[in-house]
Unconditional design. Structure first.
Lengths: 205, 532
């Protein structure tokens, strides 16, 4: 997780593949270049941070299918598609599947680097978010059933009185559970707790 | 019975015999007299004595036969009038009268001559020529007539006239050559053409000139060896090496472009000789040229429509080297700024960049060539090169649609006499159709096989795909102009493909009973190209 980001390239055209590798290496990136989708799927380590730069049209498995295969494996590396002649339906499909960007060939190294920077940043944030989500889930795992119920109702915006009525317990008992939830979840405020619940359920950013 | 005739012949013979006659003495003359009598009897020339009214006084056997046969005795005392119509009778009557009376004019040596038509058997007619002189002892009342059948001679002369008239009436330039190549006769068109080309009057007919030698003389200033080829062709027909020789050649004047077809055929005579005919085929050639131009216009339009189909994949194909060249150029700039400068690395990057620019240039050249308004000329062309060119244009589309192109070419070069662009266009059409068929059907096996096969005198090209095959109901109409089932307009490509293949002397068809679609076409092999 602390490794420097790797840019993973996929293009069947040797000229494009080699020139891209060279340009990105000279710009200081660690580059991993593949000629076929199969090689990429075998060789890729999804745990390493970075992004993917895929050619949209390729013989055999194309960029969209690679994107789908990676997503099926739970790999969420951001994808930048390169295309020579991207038609609208393909573009829409790629974006729906989570592509972060499109580049029409030919393009300048700078425009590619700008997009790679964004993608790497997105990856970094996603990974940080994932770490946070894991922590929250871990803390939530220490809650008892009652504490968990109280947290759900508190973050849904109910008052102590309403919660007491809902759970058929006294408002004081509610107060007691609530303090324990705040403590176990390391929450400073109700707003903080709400944020955590949102993140763990995949809503927050 | 032939007393008087014999006497006349005797006197002539005596005169002819001259001194020998005298030297031989009386018995020799007597035997000659018998001989001449016999000759008169049996010669094919009729001899007769007519009186001034046309009555036959005497006639020999040959004469009887010439007049229609019968018994000689029956003819004596008869006249010719029953045999002749009124005009002929009148002419003969006048002739005999003049001949009899000519006796009065002393010194008139020339015989009177008349030609007489006699009705012959089966409605035909015979023509006799009468030579008549006054009878030496006829006292103006008798004439001596020799006559012969001139029907054959007249017929021959007439047919000669007729032949010349027919030759003169023809617009082609015709010359008859003897076995040595010397011109023995020409027609009016030949003379007119020679006059038009400024030949001096005395040689305008060219009669007596040796045609083959004349051809060989101009060979020096003849880049296409036309004159030399004509000379060789004429010689070959004269030698009997070939029955017929033809050569099309241009012969442009200052005013207009002209083409001629020279054809040489044997006369079929014992003595040999040939007929050389030069026919003005300019009109035909102009029409053909106009047709070729129209066909090329349609072909060009169709090529542009193929380019529309190929455009997206070609842009893709072109953008790859451009993208690479762009990245290499920027990398080179970065390397150039680095300290210390790694010149070797920089140069290798520049070399890679150059390679990508060349690649882009090749694609642009290919496309530009295909989109060009084509040359109308056909030329000896290597078919496998045409296949490679067509495949290069279609390959990006095939890659994009994941269709494999499998080439099954021949080891030795196959040379056809063809317009290279148009042949490539046919291949591009067939390949695009095949790719589209596979794509639309979503066929699991995606392959097109392009095969060349050498048959006798021709080459067969097969384009077979793994698509769903053609609808049998559509097959009979597949090559018709407005038959297309696709929005892309590629269907129209089949109509122009057929036009192109047929204009090259080939055939194009759908091979029935296959799984995918199998289209085949043939092109005749170019033998001159083979030899070269």
């Amino acid at each position: 997780m602390n490794e420097s980001p790797v840019v993973v390239l996929l293009d069947d055209d040797p000229g494009v593949r080699r020139s891209l590798s060279l340009a990105l290496s000279l710009a200081g990136y660690q580059v991993e270049a593949y000629a076929t989708a199969e090689d990429l799927l075998t060789g890729l380590d999804p745990s390493q941070p970075g992004c993917l730069v895929l050619d949209l049209r390729m013989p055999g498995m194309d960029g969209l299918e690679v994107q789908q295969a990676l997503s099926d494996r739970g790999c969420s590396l951001p994808v930048i598609f390169m295309s020579a002649f991207g038609d609208i339906p393909t573009t829409v499909r790629a974006l729906k599947a989570g592509a972060v960007d499109f580049l029409e060939k030919p393009f300048t190294t700078d425009s590619l680097i700008a997009r790679i920077e964004e993608a790497v940043e997105t990856d970094r944030r996603q990974r940080a978010q994932e770490v946070l989500r894991q922590t929250i889930r871990e803390r939530a795992g220490h809650l008892t059933g009652r504490e968990s119920e109280v947290m759900q109702l508190v973050t849904a915006g109910l008052s102590n009185k309403d919660i007491a009525r809902e759970l058929d317990i006294s408002p004081r008992t509610v107060e007691k559970y609530r303090a324990r939830v705040m403590e176990k979840m390391h929450a400073d405020s109700i707003a903080d707790l709400c944020q955590m619940v949102a993140v763990s359920s995949g809503l927050g950013s | 019975m032939a007393q008087n005739i014999t006497e006349s012949v005797e006197s002539q013979a005596a005169a002819g015999a001259g001194p020998e006659g005298g030297a031989c003495g009386q018995p020799g003359v007597a035997s000659l007299k018998d001989l001449f009598t016999q000759l008169c009897e049996w010669s094919p020339i009729g001899y007769a004595v007519f009186d001034i009214h046309g009555q036959l006084i005497e006639i020999n056997e040959a004469g009887v036969q010439l007049l229609g046969g019968g018994l000689l005795s029956d003819w004596v005392g008869q006249s010719l009038w029953p045999l002749l119509d009124s005009t002929e009778s009148e002419r003969v009557r006048r002739h005999l009268q003049e001949a009899c009376e000519g006796a009065g004019e002393s010194g008139k040596q020339q015989p009177c001559v008349v030609q007489v038509f006699l009705p012959g058997e089966q409605g035909g007619s015979r023509q006799l020529r009468f030579f008549s002189r006054p009878h030496p002892v006829g006292r103006g009342r008798l004439c001596l007539t020799a006559f012969q059948d001139i029907s054959a001679e007249v017929q021959r002369r007439e047919s000669e006239h007729q032949r010349q008239a027919v030759l003169d009436a023809l617009s082609a330039h015709i010359a008859v050559l003897d076995a040595t190549g010397r011109i023995t006769a020409v027609n009016e068109a030949w003379r007119r053409f020679a006059r038009g080309n400024g030949a001096p009057q005395e040689v305008e007919s060219g009669i007596g000139l040796n045609y083959i030698d004349a051809c060989c003389d101009v060979s020096a200033e003849d880049p296409d060896r036309l004159a030399q080829r004509s000379a060789e062709g004429i010689q070959a027909v004269i030698n009997g090496d070939t029955r017929h020789f033809t050569l099309e050649y241009p012969c442009h004047s200052a005013q207009n472009q002209r083409w001629f077809l020279m054809s040489v055929t044997p006369l079929g005579l014992e003595s040999g000789g040939v007929v050389v005919v030069h026919m003005d085929i300019s009109e035909r050639v102009h029409a053909e040229q106009a047709m070729r131009r129209r066909r090329e216009e349609v072909a060009h339009a169709s090529r542009l429509s193929s380019v529309t189909v190929l455009a997206a994949s070609l842009v893709h194909e072109l953008s790859q080297p451009l993208a690479a060249a762009q990245l290499y150029s920027e990398a080179a700039a970065t390397l150039g700024r680095q300290e210390p400068l790694d010149a070797a690395h920089l140069l290798s990057v520049v070399g890679d960049m150059r390679g990508q620019v060349d690649r882009a240039t090749r694609i642009v050249d290919q496309l530009r060539r295909f989109m060009r308004r084509g040359e109308i000329k056909k030329e000896p062309s290597r078919l496998e090169e045409r296949v490679h060119e067509a495949v290069a244009l279609v390959a990006p589309l095939a890659r994009r649609k994941r269709v494999r192109l499998k080439l099954d070419l021949l080891n030795e070069p196959v040379i056809v006499h063809a317009n290279p662009l148009q042949v490539e266009q046919v291949l591009v059409n067939l390949l695009c159709n095949a790719i589209e068929a596979i794509e639309l059907a979503g066929s699991p096996v995606r392959q097109i096989r392009i095969e060349l096969e050498r048959l006798a005198e021709k080459v067969q090209v097969t384009v077979a795909d793994t698509g769903p095959g053609l609808d049998p109901e559509w097959v009979p109409r597949i090559f018709e102009v407005w038959e297309t089932r696709k929005e892309t307009g590629m269907g129209m490509g089949l109509a122009i493909s057929r036009t192109i293949i047929e204009a090259h002397g080939g055939k194009i068809w759908v091979e029935p009973g296959s799984d995918g679609a199998v289209l085949r076409f043939t092109l005749p092999l170019d033998h001159e190209g083979d030899a070269a």
